[in-house]
Design a protein around this ligand. Structure first.
Ligand SMILES: [Fe+2]
Length: 233
């Protein structure tokens, strides 16, 4: 089994010249199997067709979408008056299953306008197979009710749950600081020291080992829920 994995930054690697994409510094990820040539895209926003084109140029075929959470900078939709491209546009070009956490499905539907039938709801610890490559889905609520992270080939695709510095905000609709604390603990306990790949480039480094993130990220200075609440709640 050989894993295809690419990290693409909005405004630099795709959606170049798009002011919102450039300002929001979102990462999309392409994950696939280099033998079967199948691949999924994580969080296609701004210019989803370009992401499919990147796959095509690599001789890979899109067979699905993974969604970390429903915010428009990750799946498309209205962001403060800006109509961002995303799931709806992607499915119009290439109808594929969209893998969401069960608790996020309704939010994704409302944000993007796709139908419930377009979404494949998942539970914590489900696995999505891309060719022969297994991707483990981890439910990590806090930033949103159905936020999820993905574990594949020693990499943790962390969405807006865990950044290299800080974590996702918990003051948007559906946010929950207590749930975020539990989710961050759950991620900290993952074995094998996966490399954290966040949903935004908020630091110079685009990725870091989980052990380094645990050592340097302020969110891991809180040892108890009470401390976390007083620091970040
Ligand atoms: Fe978000």
């Amino acid at each position: 089994m050989s894993v295809y994995f690419r990290q693409l930054l909005s405004g630099r690697d795709f959606a170049v010249g798009d002011a919102v994409a450039t300002q929001m510094v979102n990462f999309s990820y392409l994950i696939g199997d280099t033998e079967s040539r199948e691949a999924v895209v994580v969080d296609p926003a701004y210019a989803p067709s370009e992401l499919v084109d990147v796959l095509a140029a690599d001789d890979m075929r899109l067979t699905g979408v993974l969604v970390t959470h429903h915010h428009p900078d990750h799946v498309g939709g209205d962001l403060m008056g800006h109509a961002l491209g995303g799931l709806a546009e992607l499915l119009g070009r290439t109808p594929v299953p969209v893998h969401v956490n069960r608790h996020e499905a309704e939010w994704v539907r409302r944000t993007t306008g796709v139908s419930a039938d377009d979404l494949t709801p998942h539970d914590h610890d489900d696995e999505v197979l891309v060719g022969a490559v297994p991707i483990r889905l981890l439910h990590t609520p806090g930033h949103t009710p159905g936020s999820q992270c993905f574990l594949v080939d020693g990499k943790l695709v962390a969405g807006d749950t865990l950044f290299l510095q800080g974590c996702g905000r918990t003051d948007f609709p559906g946010g929950d600081p207590d749930a975020m604390y539990s989710s961050l603990r759950k991620l900290a306990e993952l074995t094998g020291d996966p490399i954290v790949h966040p949903g935004h480039q908020y630091t110079d480094a685009p990725k870091a080992t989980l052990s380094e993130v645990r050592r340097t990220n302020v969110v891991y200075r809180a040892d108890t829920l009470d401390q976390f609440r007083s620091l970040f709640g």
